[in-house]
Every structure is written in structure tokens, then in C-alpha cells.
Design a protein around this ligand. Structure first.
Ligand SMILES: [Zn+2]
Length: 271
């Protein structure tokens, strides 16, 4: 039996780090097949690699979040590429565009994204994309990247993390070969746009995530999220689609393993 794969978490966040042992234990108990541990700045990138060595469940990714775009220097990008070339790093991310909070200029965000897409191409690794209020803008950069990745025979070019658009906005990303990641926000009763999305999209483009410590499921509103809760996302998708939870987990874990080029890990069975 396959376990669920959390394709996006930040368990190196200071709010979670103190309970790392407990978090990993609950991942094992929930039978998870994998947890992507995503960096977003220099320190969290280093930590992603460091912590990933502690459990075979953890798959590190490294990148500079668009919020960092005004601060990232050439030297930092050189260091990132060196870090990202480690064989255990499964993807470049989280990277992208955030035109909602606008913590860095749009011009710098676009430039930083292009530089990191170039790193992904040079290393032949997929990307984890953060796109907020930037669905139309992001495809302008991700479309050519996906074409180049396809020419290079890279496989799946990347994943749209915590996708916030509607079915129409998802289409160009699916056409370009990107996977669409659904977060625990799918458990919120009023999130009709996302409900519609998961009812409509084929299972072979979907993956699931928690974005821990953010975006806890409905039953944990106001608390810190953690990777074991990714099962709540699978349950909500199964209900919306009228499928079994196991079928949703099997499909999304297979997609996650193809995305990150990792084998599905067998759940630990406690006798
Ligand atoms: Zn994130």
C-alpha cells in the first residue's frame, strides 16, 4: 500500500524545528511515502539539506523565494547552484512570483526567477513554483523554460505549489507539462474555486502538499500545520471526486515520485 507524499513543506521553520522528532514520528505513523523539504532563503536552504540527512522520508529542495528578490546577489546565486548540484537535492524551489504581497519589485522577482530557471536547466532538475496573483505573468517565463526542459529530455518540468487559480488558469500550466499541487486549503468549505479545480482536473496532473507550518486543514485552523496532515488533503480530494482515498494517494504519490525522480518509499509497518 502506497503512502501519501507531501510535495511542499517547510519543517525547517523555527516554529516547527523544536518538534522535529515528533513531526517525523507522526509522518511515519501516517505512513507517508515522502516529504519535500523546501528552502526559501540561504539559511533555510542549508537547513533543508542538513535535516534531510536525518530521515529517508525527507527530500530537500533549494531556492530563493520571490520575497527575497531585492536582496539576492550574484554571489548568493553561485552558492545556490553549488548547493543545488548535490545529488540529494530533488528540485529548485521554492521560486516564483508574488504580485500579492509585493515584498520585492516585480522586475527583481522576474529576474531572480529567470536566473533560477537557468540553474534548474543546467542541473536538469524540476522546479517548485510559488505564484500568487501572478498566474498570467508566471507562464510567460515558465512556458519557455518547460519547452527547453522538454528538449533536454528532463521529464516533468515542475509543480505549481498551492495552486490558487481556477480551471482556466491551470490549463496553460498543464499544457506546458506542470503538475498542479493542492494544499490543505481544499478542506475549507468555502474554497469553491479549488473544489471545482480538483473535481475537474485529471488525477495524473495532481499532487498534494501541506506548506507546513502554514495553511492547516479545517479541523486545525489556528494551529501549526505539519506534513502528516497531508492525508487530510487526500481525503478531501477523494470526497470531492467520489474516489477512494487510497486511489487519490496512489495517483498523487506516483506523480510526486515522477516529478522528483525518487522511488516511492514503503511505509513503515508497526506490528
Ligand atoms: Zn512554501
Amino acid at each position: 500500500m502506497t503512502g501519501a507524499f507531501d510535495t511542499h513543506s517547510h519543517i525547517q521553520d523555527p516554529q516547527l524545528l523544536g518538534d522535529l522528532e515528533g513531526i517525523l514520528e507522526r509522518c511515519e505513523r501516517a505512513g507517508l511515502a515522502g516529504v519535500a523539504l523546501c528552502g526559501y532563503d540561504a539559511r533555510s536552504n542549508d537547513l533543508a539539506l542538513e535535516l534531510a540527512a536525518r530521515s529517508p522520508l525527507l527530500q530537500p529542495t533549494v531556492g530563493f523565494h520571490p520575497h527575497e528578490a531585492d536582496e539576492v546577489t550574484d554571489r548568493m546565486l553561485t552558492d545556490l547552484e553549488a548547493l543545488a548540484s548535490a545529488p540529494e537535492v530533488v528540485a529548485i524551489g521554492e521560486i516564483g512570483l508574488d504580485f500579492y504581497r509585493n515584498l520585492s519589485s516585480h522586475e527583481n522577482q522576474r529576474r531572480l526567477l529567470d536566473r533560477q530557471l537557468d540553474i534548474a536547466l543546467r542541473l536538469g532538475k524540476p522546479v517548485c513554483i510559488h505564484s500568487r496573483s501572478a498566474e498570467a505573468a508566471a507562464i510567460e517565463q515558465l512556458g519557455p523554460f518547460a519547452e527547453a526542459a522538454c528538449r533536454a529530455g528532463m521529464g516533468i518540468p515542475g509543480v505549481m505549489h498551492c495552486f490558487g487559480g481556477n480551471v482556466e488558469q491551470a490549463q496553460p500550466y498543464m499544457d506546458a507539462g506542470f503538475l498542479i499541487s493542492v494544499a490543505c486549503t481544499v478542506t475549507y468549505p468555502k474554497n469553491e474555486v479549488l473544489h471545482r479545480l480538483v473535481e475537474t482536473l485529471p488525477l495524473d496532473v495532481l499532487v498534494i502538499e501541506t506548506d507546513s507550518p502554514y495553511l492547516p486543514p479545517q479541523t486545525m485552523r489556528g494551529q501549526l500545520n505539519e506534513p502528516a496532515q497531508v492525508v487530510r488533503t487526500a481525503e478531501a480530494i477523494a470526497t470531492l471526486r467520489g474516489e477512494t482515498v487510497q486511489r487519490v494517494i496512489d495517483a498523487t504519490t506516483a506523480n510526486a515520485c515522477r516529478l522528483f525522480r525518487v522511488p516511492a518509499r514503503e511505509p513503515v509497518t508497526t506490528a
